[in-house]
Design a protein around this ligand. Structure first.
Ligand SMILES: Cc1cc2nc3c(=O)[nH]c(=O)nc-3n(C[C@H](O)[C@H](O)[C@H](O)COP(=O)(O)OP(=O)(O)OC[C@H]3O[C@@H](n4cnc5c(N)ncnc54)[C@H](O)[C@@H]3O)c2cc1C
Length: 349
């Protein structure tokens, strides 16, 4: 995996081209005191900042780019409940009998949390809630897939198994062996959602500083000192929400994170006949491959497909060409369709 040096400009992407306007925020150029300083204005930092500001804490949010600059403004916008890769039993094996079941149960309502926030703060981010279709990519994946679905149903998930004819017509593809729909899932315009969270956090009293890379973080008891090249925040507590863009700010943190690159391509808005055939119900889908493929439509009728990649810059076409080829294999209706956007980002594992 080759990691390019992060730039502070938003990358050219479908989401950057179609998002709601950004909130006004400037670089930090002074010294301020607060209860909680938050480094990173993605979903993690923004959601935490909003909750803390609503609870009456003084909050300062800082980002080397701007709210939604990282994975939060570049992702697929799929709002999927449950865990994306693991069953409840696998989660318990991985993180133990206390936290495994707790995480699995928490994930049952994770999509509700997102859609509730959108309603509560009236965030304009094109929410669609017609479900997430999970597909088994081959016949041999079928048995494992069914067992995983049963485990989720046993702990209270709403899942409906789709047999092939129904699956094929919901997807507009005959490429998958079987599938299941999780009706509580859906999709959003992720950069607009991040900007909406930023707006809500500011309204609740939080301050946001963009173009502010934090270069130093240390304890001067009883406070934490958070420094950029031009300013400083003194805080009782600090949250690091830097995810796949984590640098050497805090000892050992970068070593605990493996940044994984994911890349996406989007077509131009589809012609009416093709549009009616591919995901006509507006669902999101993803498959069971280790190198997961995930896809959806956007509010303008484009089709998007994403998968793992090796570089997040749009100049290297190899990943994008591979995904476009796979899109045409899964959905032969796209054989003559033009592609409009390609972009990538990093998520932490
Ligand atoms: C291409 C792609 C597709 C994805 N698709 C989906 C999907 O469809 N559904 C889903 O649920 N998840 C998806 N994910 C995962 C999801 O996007 C991430 O889990 C989520 O956005 C992480 O949010 P975050 O706030 O933790 O991190 P980020 O959004 O990455 O934010 C981290 C922020 O920290 C800032 N930062 C880092 N270091 C510093 C510093 N020293 N000083 C100041 N700021 C700093 C960065 O500028 C960045 O804005 C996808 C991820 C990618 C990359």
């Amino acid at each position: 995996v080759s990691l390019e040096h992060a730039k502070v400009d938003l990358p050219h992407s479908l989401w950057a081209a179609t998002a709601e306007p950004a909130v006004e925020s400037n670089p930090l150029k002074s010294q301020i005191d607060c209860d909680v300083a938050i480094v990173g204005c993605g979903f993690t930092g923004l959601r935490a900042g909003l909750a803390l500001a609503e609870a009456g804490q003084t909050v300062v949010l800082l980002d080397s780019g701007e709210p939604g600059w990282g994975a939060s403004g570049r992702n697929g916008g799929s709002v999927n409940p449950l865990l994306p890769f693991h069953s409840p039993e696998q989660a318990s094996r991985l993180i133990g009998p206390v936290f495994g079941p707790r995480l699995s149960r928490l994930s049952l309502t994770s999509a509700d949390e997102v859609f509730d926030l959108i309603d509560k703060f009236k965030i304009n981010c094109h929410p669609v809630r017609t479900g997430w279709i999970r597909t088994a990519h081959c016949r041999s994946a079928r048995r494992l897939f069914e067992a995983q679905c049963r485990q989720w149903i046993d702990i209270g998930a709403e899942i409906e198994i789709l047999e092939k004819p129904e699956l094929d017509s919901m997807l507009g593809s005959t490429a998958f062996a079987m599938g299941a729909i999780i009706p509580r899932g859906g999709n959003i315009q992720p950069l607009s959602f991040a900007r909406g969270l930023a707006q809500a956090a500011i309204k609740a009293g939080a301050q946001i500083y963009s173009q502010t890379r934090i270069v130093d973080l240390f304890r001067e008891k009883p406070e934490w000192v958070v420094k950029s090249s031009q300013g400083m925040v003194k805080a009782q507590k600090v949250i690091l929400g830097t995810n796949g863009y984590t640098d050497n700010l805090f000892p050992g943190l970068a070593q605990s994170v493996v940044p994984v690159i994911s890349v996406q391509v989007a077509t131009k808005p589809l012609a009416d006949d093709i549009s009616a055939a591919i995901l006509p119900g507006g669902q999101t889908f993803s498959d069971t491959r280790r190198t997961i493929f995930y896809g959806r439509r956007d509010h303008m009728g484009r089709f998007l497909l994403g998968s793992h990649g090796t570089t997040e810059t749009s100049d290297d076409h190899r990943d994008f060409d591979r995904i476009k080829k796979e899109a045409k294999r899964l959905f032969p209706q796209l054989s003559e369709t033009d592609w409009e956007f390609q972009w990538g980002g990093r998520a932490a594992v």
